[in-house]
Design a protein around this ligand. Sequence first.
Ligand SMILES: [Mg+2]
Length: 228
Amino acid sequence: MQRLALFDIDCTLIDAHGAGGRAIFAAIEETYGVRGELGDYTFHGRTDPAIVRDLAMRWGVDGKRAKAGVEDCLRRYIARLEEEIRDGHIEVLPGVRELVTALAADERVVLGVVTGNVAAGAMAKLRPTGVADLFEVGAYGSDSAWRPDLPAVAVRRAEGRTGRRFVGKEIVVIGDTPADVDCGAALGVKAIAVATGRHAVEELSRHAPDYVFPDLSDWRAIYDAILA
Ligand SMILES: [Mg+2]
């Protein structure tokens, strides 16, 4: 029995308390000279490149220029994010260090992240957890702006690293949003939802994850669900 456990980052492993949003707002203003309100737009379940493009366009930048500036904007975003993180805005969520450490020590498990963050942003956000080095593979917003592409990218990287092709319920996606629950559907993955973001247990349950937990603090139960 082998498992590829793929964790979302924001509001699953850590809560950056808005650091990412502040960094992205500042980078968009520096890049495109625009700033606006978020309105009903949500970052959750979206990738960084998509967020930059969407917000720039929402705030009046035409589509072509919005797209052309994405790379430049993300470079500025990373610099801003590093400043925010130095100021100590990252909270490591309860149970995360214990769960990740236990999974990493279990040779049946390959550990990875699947996140809308670009790779450099993901690394910056994971650093304060102290367990960043335990993740062996990752798929990031810098691999595809379309989140449902990402689990397959992680599966390919895991195969490249281990020589093993994980399929179906051997692949476990752990995340806090309906987008995390849904993103692995095409691969038939096991989905574990955790209500440490904006979505309550009842709402997540409607997306029919295999398991739903209020948080990761009862980490042995999540460990068992991953290996089940
Ligand atoms: Mg999340």
